[in-house]
Design a binder for this molecule. Structure first.
Ligand code: HEC
Length: 152
């Protein structure tokens, strides 16, 4: 995916999220959360590479990705409604039976991604690295308990 495609998709998602006054159908919720997570994975990967020195540090790019990720991170929460546990999903049933804990992990991740733009603006790799590690831990904390591992 090119950056332009990502930005377009992100904008579409953001508008859709804002425009959906009533809850989307369960199968659409599934699509929306997977789209949001895919974009989150993509933007996070780029920040992680920069923080880890696998990619040259560029403040503008880091800030753009950090802002995008902070926005995208707010999307999945609204799309784990009743009935969206069916279909091609890696979400474990515990998402729906352990909701308070799941939501707490989601909030923690939103909180940590919210700190990324400022860390990126500092233009200091060590600061960015710390923020990226905190986000990574927040993503994994939920995946460990609530996402089915890929086979193979
Ligand atoms: C509160 C729980 C939670 C948090 C926090 C979380 N995820 Fe996930 N993630 C899930 C679940 C559940 C799925 C499986 C969704 C499905 O298949 O319905 C998932 C799926 C994904 C996928 C695969 C998407 C696909 O199309 O199958 C990616 C990539 C991903 N997450 C990245 C991230 C990143 C990056 C973060 C942190 C910035 C993050 N996630 C934080 C629960 C979480």
């Amino acid at each position: 995916m090119s950056r332009k495609q990502i930005l377009v998709l992100a904008a579409v998602l953001a508008t859709m999220t804002a425009a959906v006054a009533q809850t989307p159908k369960p199968e659409d919720q599934l699509k929306l959360r997977k789209a949001a997570y895919t974009l989150m994975g993509y933007t996070f990967g780029s920040l992680d590479a920069m923080a880890g020195g696998k990619r040259a540090f560029n403040t503008d790019e880091a800030v753009r990705n950090a802002e995008l990720l902070a926005q995208l991170a707010t999307i999945p929460k609204g799309f784990f409604g009743e009935g969206s546990d069916k279909g091609e999903t890696r979400a474990k049933p515990e998402v729906w039976t352990n909701r308070a804990d799941f939501d707490a992990k989601m909030d923690k991740m939103v909180q940590e991604t919210g700190k990324l733009p400022q860390a990126a603006r500092s233009a200091d790799v060590a600061t960015l690295k710390k923020a990226v590690q905190d986000v990574d831990a927040a993503c994994s904390a939920c995946h460990d308990d609530y996402r089915v591992k890929r086979r193979g």
